[in-house]
Design a protein around this ligand. Structure first.
Ligand code: NAI
Length: 497
């Protein structure tokens, strides 16, 4: 890590010692980490850093996930990791450090504040000040994918009630403890009525417990468009994993330079803090990188650890630094403004510790921990009455010019007498009975069988059906049991059903 030389003022009595794990990372990582730790040491002399090896060096040492077991031990011991960006090697079975850390540490909440610093950093949205709270573990990121036929691949989108409750509650608690006023939930529940519908429903349920905060829901596509053109209308946004990923990149881009965006990944027992940007190999080792994204992530860490006095000190000094026109090249832009290097920027921040901005709003993090202990993650509920009513059998079938009527009649014969063929769909569109000739048919068919008499569906009857399909020359590649919960179907209805 590069050394930063600056005058370090004596500021406040040192708070209690606290150690955090620190991973410098790759590319510009060591430079921006050196700069960030210099500022932290000056502002909070009680902080201690335990360096851990994450990234290219760990990959080279044979750790396919990019970190060894000693890293997990250090993070668990200290409860916090400040991490530089990582270069993920291509191919070779290497896994992303971020995804591996999020999953192994249970870091379920990803927070990205996206703030404009007009007029000091160029932005088209001077009043933008948004925090995106992204669910970090579920959704299509569960990594459960299958190829089921020559033509068809699938990715399982898993949304759970405990997962929704945890992230939505976190978002409301965050908003309340950070003086925010409004939460916007974004989903696509007009299409994904069960999965996204659950996220939206949980949001509405939990919103009722926070009457002091305004709550609204938007469909993700229009919400993302509004974020791009009118971000000032948002305050805190909460979204499932994939939407949150895309939305937070849009918001960070709209806010201004990529070099300034911070993020945190919060779990029950530990948390990881890192800049949004990557390892920027194009400028590595040249004292050009902006340490602000990592430094502002470190401010989030200080707040998370309850070291709010130091957080206020560093954040205000950083605001004052950019206000004074001390900018790295990415913030200065292509205009006439001069730029400083990584180390000079950090030294300028250290010089301003104890000062507040004059034009930008100064921060003042409250002394109490920012996150009140979260309520129990799940709301006690009586489980719904679950009843098996049918089965969707997915069949890989590529015969008879893919004529759905041929397949449908075959299935009807094989389903009887226990099962009634309700319909056949291809890519979710009904093709039997009474399909449309225009529907594109692949080699992958969803065949819905319902119990011929109410209450007669059983695992044994499903097994017998599958054996009959096999004997009849059909390749059943997957099944989904159809249940009702308290009498309500726990499965989507097909288009045209
Ligand atoms: P990148 O964010 O590293 O760079 C994109 C552009 O932004 C480059 O022109 C770079 O010079 C500039 N830039 C980034 N950070 C900057 C900073 N602090 N100051 C000034 N300019 C900065 O994205 P890229 O090039 O797509 O990825 C490079 C590597 O980083 C890849 O191996 C990628 O996998 C990794 N990466 C790692 C992340 C992490 O560890 N959290 C996140 C994103 C990418």
């Amino acid at each position: 890590m590069s050394a930063v030389h600056a005058h370090v003022p004596t500021l406040a009595p040192a708070p209690a010692p606290r150690t955090i794990a620190v991973a410098a990372g790759d590319g510009i990582g060591p430079e921006i980490m050196g700069a960030t730790l210099a500022v932290l040491s000056a502002a909070d002399p009680g902080l201690r850093f335990e360096p851990v090896t994450v990234g290219l060096e760990a990959y080279r040492n044979g750790a396919l996930s990019g970190f060894g077991p000693e890293v997990m031990a250090a993070i668990t011991r200290h409860g916090a990791l400040l991490k530089g960006p990582i270069t993920t090697p291509q191919g070779g079975g290497y896994k992303s450090v971020n995804v591996s850390l999020r999953k192994s540490l249970g870091l379920y909440a990803n927070l990205r504040p996206c703030v404009a610093y007009h007029p000091f950093i160029a932005t088209r949205h001077p009043a933008m000040d948004v925090v995106i709270v992204r669910e970090n573990e579920e959704d299509t990121y569960a990594g459960i994918e299958h190829r089921q036929s020559d033509e068809v691949y699938q990715c399982l989108k898993l949304i759970t009630r405990p997962g929704c409750e945890r992230i939505v509650r976190y978002a409301f608690e965050y908003a309340r403890s950070h003086g925010r006023r409004k939460l916007t939930c974004m989903t696509k529940d007009n299409i994904m009525k069960l999965t996204d519908g659950l996220f939206h429903r949980v949001f509405d349920e939990i919103a009722a417990e926070y009457p002091d905060l305004a709550a609204e829901h938007m469909i993700i596509d229009i919400g993302t468009a509004k974020m791009a053109v009118d971000p000032e209308r948002f305050d805190v946004v909460v979204a499932p994993n994939l939407y949150g990923d895309i939305l937070s990149d849009v918001a960070a881009e709209v806010a201004g330079s990529i070099g300034i965006a911070p993020s945190s990944n919060i779990g029950r027992d530990c948390a990881m803090f890192e800049a949004v940007h990557g390892s920027a190999p194009d400028i590595a080792g040249r004292d050009l990188a902006n340490p602000s994204g990592l430094l502002l992530s470190a401010v989030m860490m200080l707040v998370h650890l309850g070291r709010t006095q130091a957080a206020t000190l560093v954040h205000n000094a950083w605001l004052r630094t950019i206000e004074d026109g001390v900018l790295t090249a990415d913030m200065a832009g292509s205009g006439a403004r001069p730029a400083v290097g990584t180390r000079a920027f950090a030294a300028a921040v250290i010089d301003r510790l104890g000062q507040a901005p004059r034009k930008l709003a100064a921060v003042d993090y409250p002394a109490q921990p920012a996150h009140a202990p979260l309520p129990a993650p799940t709301t006690p509920r009586t489980p719904a009455a679950k009843a098996l009513v049918g089965v969707d059998v997915f069949v890989n079938w590529d015969r008879d010019q893919r004529n759905p009527d041929v397949l449908g009649r075959h299935l009807e014969a094989m389903g009887a007498p226990e099962w009634r063929l309700s319909l056949v769909t291809n890519r979710g569109v009904k093709v039997y009975p009474h399909g449309q000739a225009q529907t594109l048919c692949t080699d992958h068919w969803r065949c819905r069988f319902l119990a011929a008499t109410p209450g007669s569906a059983s695992p044994q009857a499903i097994a017998a059906l599958l054996l009959r399909l096999h004997a009849g020359g059909l390749d059943a590649v997957k099944t989904e049991n159809l249940y009702t919960f308290d009498g309500q179907p726990g499965y989507s209805q097909a288009q045209g059903e």
